[in-house]
Design a binder for this molecule. Structure first.
Ligand SMILES: [Fe+2]
Length: 233
């Protein structure tokens, strides 16, 4: 499967088209016009329209995409029930990753993830569900995947988040490298890159633990460190 990223809205939303030889799946397809034009140019049929979660900034393209193409809409309830979407005989796995919202899912196809507002390039989403424990488990589930796994997120906040990461760790040389590689036309990173710069995946990293200690935040358990990190947002 291939993936194409589409930027839309003033909040730097990122939506995706996952496609094979003939058919495609739109995820958070807010850039409906551009997606439909890409589908047409590449002789594809839009088979499914779906979302990483039901927040309004991820769903504004759904209606146009469905009405213009006849694609089937897969609700988050359907995704959570089926746990996979099949496209041209290939399985796109669906992981329930609650935390940012209770209905958040992450798609896993080949070596890439579509993470919505669960995991960003450089940060994690805000915990709007209130389920901080569930959020930690969701993040850990993603962290267990191979380091070369590519992350495609629901927003591009890379520059803002790297400024935050630098505030916590001014002497982390990987932050500069991460920013040098950053391309607003194709926003992505690998899990290994995230392990070097994303403070929210580093709740067991000595350097981040000492940052938390210096701020007088609890660090006794993994959950306390996660909670402390999330309190800095
Ligand atoms: Fe959201």
């Amino acid at each position: 499967m291939k993936i194409k990223q589409f930027r839309y809205s003033s909040d730097n939303n990122l939506g995706y088209l996952v496609y094979g030889e003939k058919t495609a799946l739109a995820i958070d397809g807010g850039a409906a016009k551009e997606i439909l034009s890409f589908v047409k140019t590449n002789d594809l049929t839009l088979k499914y329209v779906t979302n990483t979660h039901s927040h309004g900034d991820h769903t504004p393209g759904d209606k146009t995409l469905i009405e213009s193409s006849g694609a089937v809409f897969l609700s988050n309830e359907t995704l959570l029930k089926n746990r996979a979407v099949e496209l041209e005989g290939e399985e796109i796995r669906v992981y329930h990753t609650p935390g940012h919202s209770s209905d958040s899912v992450t798609f896993h196809c080949g070596n890439f993830l579509i993470t919505g507002d669960t995991l960003f390039n450089g940060k994690v989403g805000r915990c709007f569900s209130g389920d901080l424990k569930g959020f930690l488990n969701s993040v850990k589930l993603l962290m267990d995947l191979p380091g070369e796994t590519i992350i495609y997120a629901g927003h591009d906040y890379v520059e803002e988040y790297m400024a935050f990461a630098k505030e916590l760790e001014p002497d982390n040389p990987h932050i500069e490298r991460y920013l040098e590689k950053y391309d607003p036309a194709h926003v992505h990173s690998t899990l290994d890159e995230e392990f070097r710069i994303n403070p929210f995946l580093r709740f067991n990293d000595k350097k981040i633990i000492s940052v938390l200690e210096k701020r007088g935040l609890p660090t006794g358990t993994e959950y306390e460190r996660w909670e402390s990190l999330m309190s800095l947002m």
